[in-house]
Design a binder for this molecule. Structure first.
Ligand SMILES: [Zn+2]
Length: 119
């Protein structure tokens, strides 16, 4: 599984803008490459962000989710693991201070995985 550099850059930028709240988006793309963030309405707070998946447009392949942590921990919380299990196979957490490299990649069980970053 691969991810475009631009997608990570954008996720970090939005995380900074949303701080101290979290943001959540879905990861979409094609042929095993995550190419875009898909924003849906969500409820954001300082401890949680819930996606309204019923608003998902048809025809998108959802690879997984990305969300931010306003803390320096990129570890998934209990609620994150529930979300991971439900939506896709790749999950990204970006954490404070949202610099390049401030992220964790996880599978649907919350195990850390490697994603190849491509241009
Ligand atoms: Zn989280």
């Amino acid at each position: 599984m691969k991810i475009r550099k631009e997608v990570l850059r954008l996720a970090l930028e939005i995380a900074r803008e949303s701080y101290p709240n979290e943001f959540v988006a879905l990861l979409t793309g094609k042929k095993g490459v995550i190419e875009e963030l898909l924003f849906l309405p969500f409820d954001s707070g300082e401890s949680s962000a819930i996606i309204h998946l019923e608003m998902l447009p048809l025809g998108y392949r959802i690879y997984g989710t990305v969300h931010s942590h306003p803390s320096p921990s990129c570890k998934p919380s209990r609620a994150d693991l529930d979300m991971f299990a439900k939506h896709g196979i790749v999950h990204i957490i970006v954490c404070y201070p949202f610099e390049w490299g401030c992220w964790g990649f996880y599978d649907k069980n919350g195990n850390e995985i490697r994603l190849e970053i491509v241009d």
